[in-house]
Design a binder for this molecule. Structure first.
Ligand code: ADP
Ligand code: GLC
Length: 481
């Protein structure tokens, strides 16, 4: 079975969040499950610079490929995955795939990602030797693939659209229909039209043969107005085609017994081993110049600083927690207001709060290994990977009961199986109360160690998810023959 993955980011080359992690880790796992996966990505400089050999497969021209034309390049990534790269001069080689320095969307995003969708749908124009059975697109950037496929003659691949975050929808003015070379009949309420505009995401949701999202709980939530971001009705119509497949984590990149970024190595097999985590904590505190009274708990945050993540509420809940001597290490970049809020907090509590605003892969690993408890108080969370990394590193997650967070963390009220702390309502008192519960548990060393052991015994590798995607792919190809 041949599957063409199409996406806008991939770890370790271009990553802004969990989407990059998924696109980096899932294809190699699918290949292990005998699914022949190849990727189509924008020709990012970071990829071109790091692969050994790049060949030009085809030169393309056409309405979506800009006046200068386009090229399909081919290469193989370090992990052996074969990749096609869409290269259009001036389109993709930018410091951030989506936004400029000021955080504003690139003004030509509609063209950049429509071209990617168009190239995917028209793969037969540039690749005759490898014909996909399935085209699997990720997030709104790939939403137009099934719309463009409507113009393609002859046998067509089945399509899968995966929602990593329904809040990002790729909505553009109607007047761009012609520039985007979209079939006129797609501008329809039963199509990609969304309140008088073009919605890339709605196109993906409406026209794809199957829709997946990244946790079973989020699959339920997005059919409700509170979480559907306006797409709940389309999803209701398509609910038979929708399913949640929980993400995994890359067990090699996030492995406390081999992680090259951290100060001590440990596994979860014995409590004695887990105690080696203390070296990571000590190194982190030293690096962050945190000076805590002994045995005080350290909380951590590794996150995009956006409304979704609920960190404005954490800021307000921190005072009472800091008064008790706890620590906080924050790595995150994004909204200016949130960045300022955390910077102020660190100034006010210099020996207890450390903040770094920027993107830093090494520090992300050090915080996840070094803090005692990783906080993810999201308003919504399609899956969330940070809490899974926390579990693997014996760093107990404290999360809001939503989306993938609800599916992956077991609250400590259920003492025997507990892996962390879960709360329901994103309010300052409830978050502070839950952090207090975590501190109380932390002060009971035997109980804490038991939770750590439970957490580290969880298996969130990609194998289960790859198996579920394979079953889905098979069902789609079967229904066509
Ligand atoms: P989302 O995709 O919504 O951002 P996830 O929890 O799925 O949330 O994934 C976030 C990913 O991005 C994780 O791999 C996390 O370590 C990483 N990350 C987030 N912010 C930063 C940052 N400032 N520096 C380094 N890595 C970060
Ligand atoms: C999105 C979501 C996050 C999810 C990630 C990977 O960015 O916000 O919850 O883990 O995609 O699927």
């Amino acid at each position: 079975m041949r599957v063409l993955f199409v996406a806008s980011e991939i770890y370790p080359y271009v990553k802004t969040g969990g989407l990059g992690d998924v696109v980096g880790a899932l294809p190699p796992e699918l290949i292990k499950h005998n699914v022949d996966v190849r990727l189509l990505l924008p020709a990012y400089g970071e990829i071109l610079d790091s692969v050994e050999k790049v060949t030009t497969l085809k030169t393309l021209s056409g309405p979506l490929y800009s006046k200068k034309g386009a090229r399909i390049l081919a290469c193989t990534l370090a992990d052996g995955v074969k990749v096609y790269l869409l290269d259009i001069e001036g389109y993709y080689d930018r410091p951030n795939p989506y936004v400029d320095k000021a955080g504003k969307d690139w003004p030509d995003n509609h063209l950049r990602f429509a071209a990617l969708c168009y190239a995917a749908a028209h793969i037969a124009d540039w690749e005759n030797d490898w014909v996909p059975d399935i085209i699997h697109g990720h997030d709104w950037h790939c939403g137009l693939i099934p719309a463009y496929l409507r113009q393609v003659q002859g046998p067509k691949p089945a399509t899968v659209a995966t929602i990593h975050n329904i809040a990002y929808q790729g909505i553009f003015p109607r007047r761009l229909m012609a520039e985007l070379a979209l079939p006129a009949d797609t501008y329809n309420i039963n199509g990609l039209e969304y309140y008088g505009q073009i919605s890339f995401l709605k196109s993906g949701l409406y026209y794809s043969d199957a829709i997946t999202t990244v946790s079973p709980q989020y699959a339920k939530e997005i059919q409700l107005p509170e979480y559907g971001c306006g797409m709940q009705d389309v999803l209701k119509i398509r609910s038979v085609a929708l399913q949640g497949i929980l993400n995994g984590i890359d067990p090699d990149v996030w492995n406390p017994s081999t992680d090259p970024h951290i100060a001590g190595h440990y596994n979860g097999r014995t409590l004695k081993e887990i105690r080696n985590k203390a070296a990571c904590r000590a190194a982190l505190l030293a690096q962050c110049k945190l000076n805590l009274r002994s045995k005080r708990m350290v909380f951590g945050v590794v996150s995009r600083l956006v409304e979704q993540k609920g960190l404005d509420v954490l800021l307000d809940a921190m005072q009472v927690i800091l008064q008790q001597g706890a620590g906080l290490a924050v790595l995150g970049a994004g909204d200016a207001e949130l960045e300022e809020g955390f910077t102020r907090l660190a100034k006010e509590w210099p020996s207890q709060v450390f903040v770094f605003h920027g993107y830093d892969e090494t520090l992300a690993h050090r915080i996840i290994a070094g803090v005692d408890c990783i906080i993810v108080p999201s308003r919504f969370e399609p899956c969330g990977l940070v809490q899974l990394y926390g579990l693997r590193y014996g760093t107990l997650p404290l999360v809001r009961r939503t989306g993938g967070l609800a599916d992956t963390v077991i609250d400590n009220k259920d003492k025997s199986a507990s892996t962390g702390f879960v709360f329901d309502n994103l309010t300052v008192p409830e978050l502070a109360y839950t952090m207090q519960r975590a501190i109380n548990t932390y002060n009971d060393k035997t109980q804490w160690a038991k939770l750590q052991k439970n957490a580290m015994a969880q298996n969130f590798g990609w194998s289960r998810a790859a198996g579920e995607y394979k079953v889905l792919y098979k069902s789609l190809t079967k229904s066509r023959t």
